[in-house]
Design a protein around this ligand. Structure first.
Ligand SMILES: Nc1ncnc2c1ncn2[C@@H]1O[C@H](COP(=O)(O)OP(=O)(O)O)[C@@H](O)[C@H]1O
Ligand SMILES: [Mg+2]
Length: 384
């Protein structure tokens, strides 16, 4: 078991690009934590993971594992096991031989190898498959062998780089659950790279959202979902992504409100001094698709925001219906009950509780409030 600490870690690849692939990353991963590095393709997730593994040199900054500086320790001496997207099992070896291979190469005694292979095969349900070759396994079974090969090493840290992305949807869910179970059982430190926000939300003890080589936000999944630090995180976590509208802050006797040509929301619950400071520049209003409703009566007397537009698409998904509307301030998606009946090309008003609105600085995209009042927030993490 071990902590992993990244301090001001940078990576600059040789070559014409002057941009840092990883730009001053600071991250404290606790012992036994499942930390997910989440972000779009090219944001530096794999590079960060490979620097932890020792497969990529660190341009500057410090990496320590279990309190020991690791910058110059070769990969093989870091007590880490890595599982990649491509499993790279040895095709001519049986499952048992694949599991044992790494230990054999490290000259473990035969009895110890047998013990570990048996134990891991039992844990992962691989016993009936031990004699098979990889070509006779399903994608999910191969993935379990790849995980098993990492587990027999009994490493202090597991590193995963998009290990599920080659699997079909159903298998991905199964294997995801399997990994969650294994993490609960092993309690090892795990660092897991993905671009899939559902994987991040369901697996992570915490999520580290990355954008352009930088850390955009670190926190527990629901904390990041409820309190995104900026518009990038707000859109990356959540499906469909949060709706964002350019707007301005105006005030009258009733206090501040945010508005544009399609949207208006009162902001009476918010700190008026902060709003006064923010009102000097443009702002961005965010509303999650699931916070939008057709029916204003559903809200009782709470103060309401409204966005108006024309329906362009109605997508019944079975469990719910997605409604896309076009407004003078941009497109907007609502996640509505399956029972709604709306036609394309209708004029429509969508309502949201005023405290479901998010506010960001227009110029920087940074959240204006990190601790805004939210009646809807179930409270995870706020009280710490
Ligand atoms: N070996 C390499 N040489 C040069 N540039 C690289 C190399 N590997 C990755 N990069 C660049 O570094 C950035 C981050 O890549 P990567 O860490 O693979 O991102 P992610 O895993 O988030 O998709 C990208 O711009 C990518 O093109
Ligand atoms: Mg990658």
């Amino acid at each position: 078991m071990a902590t992993v600490t990244l301090t001001n870690i940078c990576k600059r690849y040789e070559g014409p690009s002057s941009q840092l692939a990883v730009d001053n990353v600071n991250l404290d991963i606790a012992d036994g934590e499942f930390m997910v590095l989440l972000g779009p393709s090219g944001c530096g997730k794999s590079t960060t993971l490979r620097m932890i593994a020792g497969l990529e040199s660190i341009s500057s900054g410090a990496l320590s594992i279990g309190g020991t500086q690791m910058n110059n320790i070769p990969a093989k001496d870091r007590d880490i096991a890595m599982v990649f997207q491509s499993y790279a099992l040895y095709p001519h070896m049986s499952v048992a031989e694949n599991l044992a291979f790494g230990l054999r190469r490290r000259n473990f005694p035969g009895a110890e190898i047998d013990r570990r292979v048996k134990s891991v095969a039992g844990t992962l349900g691989l016993e009936p498959l031990l004699a098979r070759k990889p070509h006779a396994l399903s994608g999910g079974q191969r993935q379990r062998v790849a995980l098993g090969r990492a587990m027999v090493r009994e490493p202090v840290v597991f590193l995963f780089d998009e290990p599920l992305s080659n699997l079909d949807a159903a298998l991905r869910v199964n294997t995801r659950n399997e990994l969650i179970r294994q993490h609960h059982r092993l309690r090892s430190t795990m660092v897991y790279v993905t671009h899939d926000q559902i994987e991040a939300m369901t697996m992570g003890t915490r999520i580290c959202v990355m954008n352009g080589g930088k850390v955009a936000q670190v926190g527990k999944p629901l904390d990041v979902y409820w309190q995104p630090a900026d518009t990038f995180v707000a859109r990356f976590l959540g499906s469909p992504p949060m709706n964002l509208f350019p707007a301005t802050l105006v005030s009258d006797a009733a206090g501040y409100r945010a508005q544009n040509e399609a949207l208006a929301t009162p902001l009476g619950l918010w700190d008026q001094q902060t709003l006064a400071r923010a009102s000097a520049g443009p702002i961005t209003v965010g509303v999650r698709a699931e916070d939008l409703h057709l029916n204003r009566e559903a809200f009782g007397t709470s103060s309401l925001g409204k966005v108006s537009g024309r329906t362009v698409a109605v997508e019944p998904l079975g469990a719910e219906t997605l409604l896309l509307i076009e407004t003078p301030a941009g497109e907007c998606t609502a996640r509505l009950p399956r029972s709604i009946s709306v036609q394309p090309d209708e004029n429509i008003d969508l309502f949201f509780s005023a405290d479901a609105a998010y506010l960001f600085e227009g110029a920087t995209g940074k959240a204006i409030f990190n601790d805004k009042p939210r009646a809807l927030y179930p409270g995870q993490g706020l009280a710490q």
